[in-house]
Design a protein around this ligand. Structure first.
Ligand code: LRY
Length: 229
């Protein structure tokens, strides 16, 4: 990792905020997510992760940090940037990094992760790929398949790992031990202490979504605590 890509270098040791609203939610509006992303940068985020072509088209114009883009299509199986066509479209928004499902599950266009990375890099030279993994085997395959970042995004969501309360530290340790590219910890990082713990376990950077950008969930944490006090 000594001669790291300059885009990745900007993420080193920092917090990446994921700004996403889900279908049907009040904040599901590209302008809103654009404002949330800008607010996160003002607070010290060194990168933004965001979903959807409309959100990305705005955010990439208005933040001066690297953007990790993805396109969620569907909600079962492979749905994070599921095909090469989705990946090329995300890259076309100006996002420097494209997050792609890197599980070993069948993809809708029948390409492998490695073929998807190859096709994307041919179509958009210079683009970087974050592999959204759900297990150590995913991470090994993704690294061999040309990923520029290994992410723990899908740990606990594919059946291969337990859905831990907080980040999956065991998986972080496993991936850190094999990673030759940056390891970005993502998924259920809900407190600053958990983010720091991820760094201590070898993360290159940490993505936090819900705990920063999803007020409905954050409110429910407090509402439950107050109700149950
Ligand atoms: C599993 C899945 O679909 N994860 C998505 C990936 O982009 C997002 O819904 C998450 O919010 C993101 O990964 C950040 O994680 P957390 O919100 O736990 O900090």
């Amino acid at each position: 990792m000594s001669t790291l890509n300059p885009v990745l270098e900007k993420l080193r040791g920092g917090l990446i905020a994921s700004a996403q609203a889900y279908p049907g939610e009040p904040m599901r509006d590209p302008r809103t997510m654009d404002e949330v992303a800008q607010a996160c940068v003002a607070g010290g985020a060194v990168g933004i992760r965001a979903q959807g072509l409309a959100d990305l088209a705005l955010i990439t114009q208005h933040v001066d940090v690297p953007v990790i883009g993805l396109w969620k299509d569907g909600h079962d199986g492979v749905f994070i940037t599921p095909t090469l066509t989705h990946a090329i479209a995300v890259a076309s928004t100006g996002a420097e990094i494209v997050a792609i499902d890197a599980t070993r599950r069948p993809r809708p266009d029948t390409l492998t992760f490695a073929q998807t990375v190859e096709g994307l890099k041919q179509a958009r030279p210079g683009i970087l790929v974050m592999a959204d993994c759900g297990s150590l085997d995913d991470a090994k395959a993704a690294q061999d398949g040309g990923a520029d970042i290994l992410g723990t995004t899908l740990a606990g969501y594919t059946g291969e790992r337990p859905t831990t309360d907080g980040p999956d530290v065991e998986l972080i340790d496993q991936v850190a031990a094999i990673a030759r590219v940056p390891l970005v910890v993502e998924g259920r990082v809900h407190t600053p202490a958990q983010a720091a713990l991820a760094m201590q376990h070898g993360a290159f950077a940490v993505v936090v979504g819900t705990a920063i950008t999803h007020p409905t969930t954050i409110t429910s944490w407090f509402a439950d605590a107050v109700r149950n006090a």
